[in-house]
Design a protein around this ligand. Structure first.
Ligand SMILES: *Cc1c(COP(=O)(O)O)cnc(C)c1O
Length: 452
């Protein structure tokens, strides 16, 4: 049989259900707490922010949740996404390992984010919502929601972290082309934004601040809801189409991964790939080593504390138990904007505590080094976030070489980097530097964790 490079599925094999890891966990997630009472929140507490259908998914214990036909119909624009065998990268590394990658960069916005943006837009539209407000870091989430809003006829307002807003004008143009309004955060449009600007007029912004702004606006109006691009259970749920397709494609390849690798910002693309495999393992299937790769400049899984914390800076969100650097922590301005978040998805944090996954942290120059090798062998120019996953996979392949033992590695290539060219300009001209957070600031942010 000739060697296959690209494993593709027909359209009718787009998954019909999302997979919910909660159904197979050996112990349940710690409850989400109300910030005032410190008691578990009920669905009513979340109603100002999300439509009921999404709140039910957030707390669901069902293993399989049906994907609405209207959502599957939009998924057809780019799903199923291809899974590749990275033969040229393997050769360049001279490794006995087999490397596979699932490519989510073929979506209209260029990343995995439309998998949940489309679902969230659909459920909001069904609930009669007119306007969705959200935050965005690098602009991947904002553009994905702008795209989804255009398809379902929803108004979309995006608060974009200021350093990214300045660094990535093309992402903003993409959002505006899809009909969204994009505002740099911190902004003067909210009390949360004005309070930050009063202290520091040139504040670079952070996802935590932008979330505060979006949440503040969402709770003020009946016809307006909030959407989050990562972290929450229902977002991770929607991303499991990635792993569900990969399971079929690896079967086509006649292989099963020994190692899974994904980059983690809030944890959604990582979970989307890993959870269907972890579920299979928890139900008695093959054990797989799962590696989360995070930026060393914002290392919530490897340096954070597993504690109750707020999702935002102004402390408007409920308290969730997660690996966190503290909600007041402002990460330095490195290029993988999608990974600049102080916390980690509660579900990913939980499986880390259960010992079901490992985590490693890398600085950005090492990630770009791997990303450039990947571009020169496999052709795809990856997003700075995705370069973290490539680095993780390359190091696994090099370890296999060192040990002289083959292994099968599957990683999630969560997006292309065509709107991140400044990062590549910096790297190619030798100007890209590792960014380090301030240890004192981290200590202070951790000391400021809410007492629960
Ligand atoms: C948003 C984003 C991330 C980080 O978010 P996760 O929820 O951790 O997936 C990573 N890569 C890309 C390309 C993104 O757009």
């Amino acid at each position: 049989m000739p060697e296959t490079t690209k494993f593709t599925l027909e359209e009718h094999l787009i998954p019909r259900t999302w997979y919910n890891l909660a159904a197979d966990l050996p112990s349940p997630l710690p409850p989400v707490l109300h910030p005032g009472t410190k008691q578990p929140v009920g669905p009513a507490d979340l109603a100002p922010l999300f439509p009921e259908s999404l709140i039910l998914q957030e707390v669901s214990q069902e293993r399989e949740i049906e994907i609405p036909d209207a959502v599957r119909d939009v998924y057809k624009l780019w799903r199923p996404t291809p899974l590749y065998r990275a033969r040229r990268l393997e050769k360049a590394l001279d490794t006995p390992a087999k490397i596979y990658y699932k490519y989510e960069g073929v979506s209209p916005a260029g990343s995995h984010k439309p998998n949940t943006a489309v679902a969230q837009a659909y459920y909001n539209k069904e609930a009669g919502v007119k306007r969705i407000v959200t935050e965005t870091g690098a602009g991947q989430w904002g553009s994905s929601l702008a795209f989804a809003g255009a398809l379902f006829g929803l108004e979309v307002n995006v608060y974009m972290v200021r350093v990214s807003y300045n660094q990535k004008p093309y992402r903003r143009a993409l959002m505006e082309t899809w009909g969204a309004r994009c505002v740099p955060s911190p902004s003067t449009e909210t009390a949360a934004g004005r309070a930050i600007l009063e202290q520091r007029p040139d504040h670079p912004g952070s996802l935590g601040i932008a979330i505060s702004e979006a949440v503040e606006l969402a709770v003020q109006r009946e016809d307006t809801k909030y959407a989050l691009g990562s972290v929450l259970n229902h977002v991770l749920l929607h991303q499991t189409v990635i792993g569900a397709e990969a399971l079929l494609q690896m079967e086509m390849a006649g292989d099963y991964p020994d190692v899974l690798v994904g980059c983690t910002g809030g944890g959604s693309n990582f979970a989307g790939m890993a959870f269907p495999y972890l579920g299979a393992q928890l139900r008695g299937g093959k054990k797989v080593r799962v590696v989360a790769v995070e930026p060393a400049a914002c290392p919530s899984l490897t340096r954070g504390r597993y504690a109750y914390d707020f999702g935002d800076t102004a402390h408007l969100t409920p308290l969730t138990k997660m690996h966190t650097l503290g909600s007041t922590f402002t990460p330095p301005g490195f290029h993988a904007g999608g990974l600049r978040y102080h916390g980690m998805a509660p579900m990913v944090s939980h499986v880390k505590e259960l010992g079901l996954i490992d985590a490693v942290a890398y600085h950005q120059t090492k990630c770009f080094e791997a990303g450039v090798l990947f571009a020169r062998t496999e052709g795809i120019l990856a997003a700075p976030e995705a370069n973290h996953a490539i680095r993780g996979a390359v190091d696994e392949a090099l370890a296999a070489k060192e040990e002289g033992k083959p292994r099968t590695i599957l990683f999630n290539l969560c997006g292309h980097g065509h709107f991140d060219m400044q990062a590549y300009i910096d790297y190619n001209s030798g100007k890209l530097q590792d960014q380090h957070y301030d240890e004192n600031e981290l200590a202070m942010a951790l000391a400021g964790l809410p007492p629960v």
